[in-house]
Design a protein around this ligand. Structure first.
Ligand code: AMX
Length: 441
């Protein structure tokens, strides 16, 4: 797999030269204004990062290196007999900016297969946790246990030169991604299937093998995994998991440490945990109403009850998006094709018809439309994966591809330690009285 590594290096060097030139000429140009309110509101709308692998448009949704999800479904190589893109191909695209050939994608599958054996101490570390520990806690612990294998940390300790950072970060990212399905499946089998694990199948691609390791042999589920692991990879650089990985990586913490930190962010209910919260909320609604086929009216009443209790409606709203998330639409298309008659899928569709006008009527929510998490659970339940506490781990396995490709670009471009300025409320009050010193140099 030297081709992908060499191509990435070539592209990163080329971009680094372009960045140097453009900063020399235009570095002093202003790109916008920051309002006082923004620093109190999660830095919304402040552009402060460069992140190469994907870009989010508030109306159109995510594009990976310029390609929308339907375009990826068309252009990226697929498994034999399959229709969904292989995430291996998206990783190649995010890393190099080029659409891979079938052979490129097969070479990645093969490389991840070769690197996929998980050291025994990682399983022993997970086993030290109680089985009822949340799957994300077990997953993050396992990633930290995998860190003992970091080439980046080893070489840094031996006195690695700056120009080599990208190379060992690349080696770590490839090995980490290769091992995640086995680690994630171990957690699933340990927690829900009595600890009976399954051996890898070397004939399968990364996603299909993950499905197999989890214990799901249905071909449609394997297709779902290819789609799921593709669409959850990346959502530009400012979301909590991507930004955390990028920030921690900027301290030259190795890719394992940076990714573990990013996963701790993904485990938050306003971010990746919404994946489990949606289906939990639907199950609770079914129980409360006493049917698995609620009417639009019953759903509307339940939504109002949720809001009146001061809770959010999970799966709806977004910090940047202002339209239906194309990742929701891709899953809705999959459901339409493979399981349109399942009551849980029909309920998700009815929720989609019911929730936006209610949220809109509150007047304060900037985006009443569904995000990626509004649909994923229903599909997983359809194929028999009902253990919703586990869903965010699937999200995490996918997210590794995006945030690690993003991290490699940061090392490839030689980005420095991230260190924004912060202020106190007291200093803001002083500034309002005319003291400009608070903003620093
Ligand atoms: N249900 C109820 N209230 C909501 C809401 C929802 N789905 N979405 C936003 N709001 C509320 C906010 O809590 C906020 O209320 P407040 O002013 O009383 O504090 C107000 O509407 C304005 O919020 P916003 O500017 O529209 O959104 P935001 O950028 O602050 O937050 C998000 C974005 C995703 C955290 C929010 O929409 C939310 O909590 N959604 C539900 C959880 C969810 O689905 N998260 C997954 C996001 C995708 C992902 O990362 N996986």
């Amino acid at each position: 797999m030297e081709k992908m590594k060499n191509l990435f290096k070539q592209k990163a060097d080329q971009t680094a030269t372009e960045v140097k030139d453009l900063l020399k000429e235009h570095g002093a140009k202003k790109i916008g204004e920051v309002h006082l309110s923004q620093i109190f509101q999660g830095m919304r709308g402040i552009t402060g990062l460069v992140y190469e692998t994907s870009l989010l448009d508030s109306q159109e949704g995510i594009r990976f290196r310029g390609f929308s999800i339907p375009e990826l479904q068309q252009k990226l190589p697929k498994a034999k007999g399959g229709n969904e893109p292989l995430p291996e191909g998206l990783f190649y695209l995010m890393l190099t900016g080029e659409v891979p050939s079938e052979a490129d994608v097969q070479a990645i599958s093969e490389e991840w297969r070769k690197r996929g054996t998980v050291p025994a101490h990682v399983y022993a570390t997970v086993d030290a946790l109680p089985k009822d520990a949340h799957p994300m806690t077990q997953f993050i612990t396992a990633v930290l246990a995998l860190q003992t294998e970091s080439q980046f940390a080893k070489k840094y300790n031996e006195g690695m030169a700056k120009k080599d950072y990208w190379s060992y970060a690349y080696e770590d990212a490839m090995t980490l991604i290769a091992r995640l399905p086995a680690v994630a499946a171990y957690i699933y089998r340990r927690k829900y299937k009595g600890g009976k694990t399954i051996d890898s199948d070397p004939k399968l691609d990364w996603s299909a093998n993950f499905a197999h390791l989890l214990g799901f042999e249905n071909e449609q589920f394997k297709e779902l995994m290819r789609l799921y692991l593709t669409i959850h990879t990346d959502h530009e650089g400012g979301n909590v998991s991507a930004h955390t990985t990028y920030l921690v990586g900027s301290a030259l913490s190795d890719p394992y440490l940076a990714f573990a930190a990013g996963m701790a962010g993904l485990a938050g209910p306003l971010h990746g945990l919404a994946n489990q919260e949606v289906i939990k909320w639907i199950f609770e609604m079914q129980k409360s109403i006493g049917t698995d086929q609620p009417t639009g009216e019953q759903i509307a009443d339940y939504v109002k009850k949720t809001l009146s209790e001061g809770k959010v409606v999970p799966g709806y709203g977004h910090a940047v998006l202002r339209k239906t998330d194309p990742r929701f639409s891709a899953q809705a298309e999959f459901a339409k094709k493979h399981c349109p008659h399942d009551p849980i899928v029909q309920t998700v569709t009815k929720i989609y018809e019911t929730v936006p006008p209610i949220l809109q009527s509150l007047g304060k929510i900037k985006n009443p439309w569904p995000n990626v998490d509004a649909h994923s659970g229903a599909l997983l339940v359809h194929y028999g994966m009902k253990e919703y506490e586990y869903y965010t781990v699937l999200f995490g396995v996918s997210r590794a591809l995006g945030v690690l490709a993003g991290l490699l670009w940061a090392r490839g471009l030689g980005f420095p330690l991230e260190r924004p300025k912060s202020v106190t409320v007291e200093s803001v009050k002083k500034w309002l009285k005319g003291d400009d010193q608070i903003w620093g140099d």
